[in-house]
Design a binder for this molecule. Structure first.
Ligand SMILES: [Zn+2]
Length: 407
């Protein structure tokens, strides 16, 4: 059947709950989306069978061998959330000697801090907290808000890796254990979460105080080679080797560690809670819950029926949104008028700004090979490029818009 592009009809994947409003989505003849295909590919890479168990066993053995005689044999970044807390719990159960590292970007909720401290104390794990330069970080977050792009969490996400690598190198640790997993998180569309150094530097300079980005942890090619090839630090996404079920794990953590639930993904940070449940949904029509819930449907943790019910629930109460907004505006020194202006400005994507994207697309095969040294998995950017049609430059509409702005 020939497709008529003029007919706007929302198509929903027959397996998960993603629909044609999700960027770069496509459907096969059976009506299954490419995000489901990505899941199956990852599932084949990390099977939940004997082979998968053997892989995990091999990695744990390697970590122990490499860390013999050292105080710590792995490092785990902790946020107080369920994934990282469980990584820490699991590491101890598997007989590892982890060092917990927390990056404080200024937005921790009290509950997050208490969860982290309690977990480390109960498990007997040392904790190192790294505090970001608040003035620089604040400026960077404001710049991302003003640039009208959805990657407002990028300044946080990009800073974690260099911090963990720095501590790992200092302590002589070779493994970073990471809580990311496709079975409950799914694949975030590239235009919702793109990041590279050129992009972040440009946004900071253009929408900040026209200065170079300093005093912020960076991971450039230099660091990449230093930590990857000289220090030989590897990342292990340990939860991908098991049938990680969040609801069950939460119950376990509450029982064993007196851990407290926040009632929402990433709600350990006040900023993230407000960003994901209010700014992204209201301004960008981005509901990341759809991606995560779809992942749980594919993993068999949730029926499709329950998933639709779950996505139709309000992500945040009006009172919570108001109180979060008040707190955040005050902390960012942003007036309500300025915030309203940000909320009504036209949404953009990374394709509207300079970045290394075209370069990375060109060298994707090389990146894939080099990345394998650090992680036994395909890098998220390459997964996106392999499965999604992503334009290399601005849409005509955005280009016209930019030309008008420059006039
Ligand atoms: Zn799907």
């Amino acid at each position: 059947m020939k497709k008529n592009k003029n007919i706007v009809k929302k198509q929903v994947c027959r397996r998960c709950i993603l629909d044609s409003n999700i960027p770069s989505i496509s459907f096969n003849n059976e009506g299954i989306c490419n995000y489901c295909e990505i899941h199956d590919e990852m599932d084949a890479q990390h099977p939940l069978n004997k082979q998968g168990k053997k892989e995990l066993h091999k990695i744990i053995k390697e970590i122990k061998a490499k860390g013999k005689g050292k105080k710590y044999n792995c490092i785990i970044g902790v946020s107080g959330g369920v994934d990282s807390t469980y990584c820490l719990y699991l590491a101890k159960k598997l007989g590892l000697r982890p060092l917990a590292v927390h990056m404080d970007n200024g937005w921790d909720s009290e509950l997050a801090v208490s969860n982290i401290e309690k977990t480390c104390r109960k498990l007997g794990v040392d904790l190192e907290t790294k505090v970001l330069d608040w003035e620089v970080f604040k400026e960077l977050q404001l710049a991302f808000l003003k640039a009208s792009i959805p990657e407002i969490e990028t300044p946080t996400d990009l800073a974690i890796r260099p911090i963990l690598c720095q501590v790992a190198a200092k302590e002589g640790i070779s493994y970073i254990i990471n809580g990311q997993n496709f079975r409950t998180e799914g694949k975030i569309p590239l235009t919702w979460a793109y990041a590279d150094n050129r992009y972040i530097n440009y946004i900071y300079k253009k929408f900040g105080k026209n200065k170079k980005l300093n005093n912020y942890p960076k991971f450039t090619i230099k660091e990449y080679f230093y930590y990857g090839f000289i220090k030989r630090i590897k990342t292990v996404r340990i939860l991908q080797y098991m049938d990680y079920r969040k609801d069950q794990v939460k119950k376990l953590l509450i029982k064993e560690l007196d851990w407290k639930d926040y009632g929402g993904k990433h709600s350990e940070s006040i900023f993230t809670r407000f960003l994901q449940n209010y700014i992204l949904i209201k301004k960008f029509n981005i509901d990341k819950r759809k991606i995560h819930i779809s992942a749980e449907v594919r993993s068999g943790h949730l029926s499709r029926f329950s998933a639709f019910k779950k996505i139709n629930q309000e992500p945040i109460t009006v009172e919570q949104a108001q109180s979060d907004q008040k707190y955040i505006l005050k902390k960012l020194n942003l007036t309500e008028k300025e915030f309203d202006k940000i909320m009504i400005s036209k949404p953009k994507t990374f394709l509207d700004y300079p970045s290394y994207f075209s370069l990375m697309r060109l060298f994707r095969s090389l990146i894939k090979i080099v990345y394998r040294v650090l992680e036994p998995t395909t890098p998220p950017l390459i997964v996106a490029l392999d499965h999604m049609k992503i334009p290399s430059k601005l849409s005509k509409e955005n280009q016209d818009l930019r030309n008008n702005e420059n006039d």
